[in-house]
Design a protein around this ligand. Structure first.
Ligand code: GTP
Ligand code: MG
Length: 368
């Protein structure tokens, strides 16, 4: 449902706010200048003054036309993986083990920084991992209509088995239509029971391959670095089946993984490039903010000149802190980017105002 503030409507109709308020009150609407009314009411009161209201959705105005992808420009891109699973089943440990044993950077003593995502290089290819807390990142992105994850690794501790959040993770992945690879973790423990985990997952639609199903199960120990290489091979095999491709030649399009204010750098955002190639100096709009890429960094705080599809980069040069899952688009000019951002900001304001007034009105999720 479209909506407008009473004061705004009066301005558009070239009337005094008091006149519009008076007429609305006669119509039985108790309003103030700041009250948000729906388009239907606005149209009704406008006709009273001999005006016609045409509803223009700002949604249409903030959709950014992306460049077309020519088939011959599409190239293989690394898979984007999210690790999910129950509390304490070893998600963080697994991410740490993968990262420390597969660093692209071989420089001794290189200090990693948490930017919410990282990429590793394996003999079979590169893999991008999102390392913001699995469920939150996944649901935040999904809530914004953004499915950036290609594959979910579901970690289940072999000593603890299938738990509430295990099942939740399966539900999330299924809803998003993302394939699951099961990592049965902590097999180093004496009370580990991987078969019990397999049995418990069958009713949830995850049938192991060796039991006639299609789900890949990997037995691992994140702690002792057992089975991790094989797990990554399985991830890349799955990625091959998914035939993941992107066009690196267009203006970059991506999603915000996370964002914050850095004491030294100012507002920074980790952007996962989905297509195109992002470069220093590129003007962009991200959520309701805009800017020009001043610098880009990887998770070792190394400066990058460019970032292609499935590469996560931390960028500086934003004029505010966007939200997780916000869309990111490179545009032709900074002016154009600022214009998009300001229309979105305006729209965000009126949407929030209308939600405070009438919680059932359309939500922000629709503006990108
Ligand atoms: P939350 O972030 O709290 O949901 O937990 P998590 O899933 O990230 O678990 P985390 O990686 O923090 O691991 C929880 C505990 O299990 C830690 O004490 C780990 O050291 C331990 N752990 C993780 N993997 C293994 C493993 O393969 N074997 C053993 N024995 N312990 C493990
Ligand atoms: Mg953790």
């Amino acid at each position: 449902l479209e909506s407008i503030q009473v004061g705004e409507l009066a301005k558009k109709l070239n009337l005094k706010p008091g006149d519009v308020i008076g007429r609305l009150m006669k119509m039985g609407e108790m309003v103030t200048i700041n009250k948000v009314i729906d388009a239907e009411t606005a149209a009704l009161v406008a006709t009273e003054f001999g005006c016609e209201v045409r509803v223009v959705s700002l949604y249409d105005e903030t959709i950014i036309k992306e460049e077309e992808d020519l088939a011959e420009a599409m190239v293989r891109r690394p898979p984007v993986v999210t690790i999910m699973g129950h509390v304490d089943h070893g998600k963080t440990r697994l991410l740490d083990t993968i990262r420390s044993t597969n660093v692209i950077d071989t420089e001794a003593g290189a200090i990693t920084q948490h930017i919410g995502a990282y990429q590793v290089e394996t003999p079979q290819g590169r893999i991008t991992f999102l390392d913001t807390p699995g469920h939150e990142a996944f649901t935040a992105m999904r809530a914004r209509g953004a499915s950036v994850t290609d594959i979910v690794i579901l970690v289940v501790a072999a000593d603890d088995g299938v738990k509430e959040q295990t099942v939740e993770a399966i539900t999330h992945a299924k809803e998003a239509n993302v394939p699951i690879i099961v990592a049965v973790n902590k097999i180093d423990l004496p009370n580990a029971n991987p078969d019990k985990v397999k049995q418990a997952l069958v009713p949830h639609g995850l049938q192991p391959e060796d039991w006639g199903g299609t789900t890949v199960f990997c037995e691992i120990s994140a702690k002792n670095n057992i089975g991790i290489e094989h797990l990554l091979e399985m991830v890349l095999l799955q990625a091959e089946l998914l035939d993941l491709k992107a066009n690196p030649t267009v203006k970059a399009v991506g999603r915000v993984v996370e964002a914050r204010v850095d004491p030294g750098k100012g507002p920074v955002a980790t952007v996962l490039v989905q297509k195109g190639t992002l470069r220093e100096g590129d003007p962009f709009v991200v959520g309701v903010y805009s800017g020009r890429v001043r610098a880009m960094f990887d998770d070792f705080n190394h400066r990058l000149k460019e970032a292609g599809p499935a590469t996560p980069v931390e960028i500086t040069g934003l004029d505010g802190v966007p939200g997780s899952g916000d869309p990111f688009h490179v545009l032709e000019t900074e002016k154009e980017a600022r214009e998009f951002a300001s229309v979105r900001q305006h729209y965000k304001q009126i949407t929030e105002a209308s939600q405070r007034a009438q919680p059932s009105l359309r939500t922000l999720d629709n503006w990108m």
